[in-house]
Design a protein around this ligand. Structure first.
Ligand code: 5AD
Length: 365
């Protein structure tokens, strides 16, 4: 495929505002989702095991410099209990997520992973930030199945501006993802939409990168300003006039739909960040415009409100049990059902017409 042509088409879609054309995009994304990953919505129980973080990311409320936030770290018993709750609710996967917390020692994480795997049989996804290769290898050895590490933006200068290093060379998250894949993990990455300084061109490149990396999982959500962060205190965009991507709901759907067209087999969540900016039906619209995964929050309530990467997160109102009942009603209303089993990435034989080619056709005006 001619990459430059494709880039032009992607850009046109990202700037599209015609309601009828957007309807066609949503429909194509939904059809591609059905053909690529089916009608099941996989449920991944999210356990936010620590909100400590050594990083100073300019956008994130967990940043080390945020002294306004009380910090917690769940213990092994609490984490395993939350995993059992995932089991009881019929979920096939738990996601252990934290800030980049060096207090979560490698061998301790390995022990928790091994316990969850042997006791519950659940698939385990880790989302613990930039750790050492030795730790990643040890966790894989302990049975971890998947690793999430968003590259946030393919614009290197922007990434380095919002994600300061810790003394060494700048982080190369693409190289890290390649390493994780070599270790045998399913790999997930993704971006925020509407970071100040993020251009349409860079998002079109992000989308291309999803495809080039052959991601198993793709997380896409709006950037939500957090008042206790440098970016949230109102740093102005460095993007040239007319180039700044807005952090609005409609943009998130466009990127979600295009990601689905480019990566028909990927597991793509309808994210909490999206549900936060549209509490009424953001989750549903995500599932109808490309997404096939829902990540219900299983973090114990007192900790949950402290895992404040951005304010007013959509998961603070209900306990896991109540949220689970609501979630199933909402899926039924969409005509979708909860997935069973681990919901790993399945490779589809290349019999179906290449969706990206379909998209190009659909772009002909
Ligand atoms: N708004 C939206 N998403 C955020 N994340 C971190 N801070 C914010 C924010 N202010 C996202 C990042 C990170 C993921 C766990 O949460 O993309 O990778």
């Amino acid at each position: 495929m001619n990459r430059d042509v494709d880039q032009t088409r992607l850009l046109a879609w990202l700037r599209e505002n015609d309601p009828a054309r957007l309807e066609a995009l949503w429909r194509l994304a939904d059809d591609t989702r059905r053909a690529g990953v089916g009608n099941a919505v996989h449920l991944r129980g999210l356990i936010e095991i620590s909100n400590h973080c050594v990083r100073q990311c300019a956008y994130c409320g967990l940043r080390a410099g945020n002294r306004a936030l009380a910090r917690y770290r769940m213990n092994e018993t609490e984490i395993v209990a939350a995993a059992w709750q995932a089991c009881a609710l019929g979920y096939g996967t738990v996601v252990l997520q934290a800030g980049e917390d060096t207090g979560l020692e490698g061998h301790w994480v390995a022990r928790v992973v091994r316990r969850i795997k042997t006791e519950t049989g659940l698939a385990v996804t880790l989302s613990l930030g930039e750790r050492t290769e030795a730790e990643w290898a040890q966790w894989r050895e302990a049975g971890a199945d998947r690793y999430l590490l968003r590259f946030e933006t393919s614009d290197r200068a922007l990434f380095e501006a919002i994600h300061p290093g810790r003394g060494g060379p700048p982080a190369d998250r693409l190289a890290m993802l390649a390493r994780l894949r070599q270790l045998g993990y399913e790999i997930g990455s993704g971006i925020m939409i509407g970071i100040p300084g993020q251009t349409f061109e860079s998002v079109a490149r992000d989308l291309q990168l999803f495809r080039e990396l052959d991601l198993d999982m793709i997380g896409i959500g709006p950037y939500i300003p957090h008042p206790d962060t440098p970016l949230g205190r109102g740093r102005v965009s460095t993007a040239p006039a007319g180039q700044q991507v807005p952090n609005v709901e409609g943009m998130v759907y466009k990127v979600l739909a295009l990601a689905r067209l480019l990566c028909p087999e990927a597991n793509i969540p309808s994210t909490t960040a999206l549900a936060t900016i549209n509490k009424r039906d953001g989750r549903e619209l995500g599932l109808q415009r490309g997404a096939n995964v829902w990540m219900p929050n299983l973090t114990p309530m007192p900790y949950r409100r402290l895992y404040q990467i951005y304010p007013a997160k959509a998961c603070l109102e209900e306990t896991a049990d109540a949220a689970d009942r609501r979630l199933r009603e909402r899926l039924a209303a969409l005509g979708r059902q909860a997935g069973s089993g681990p919901g790993s990435r399945k490779r589809v034989p290349a019999a179906a017409p290449a969706p990206a080619a379909q998209m190009l056709q659909c772009c002909e005006r």
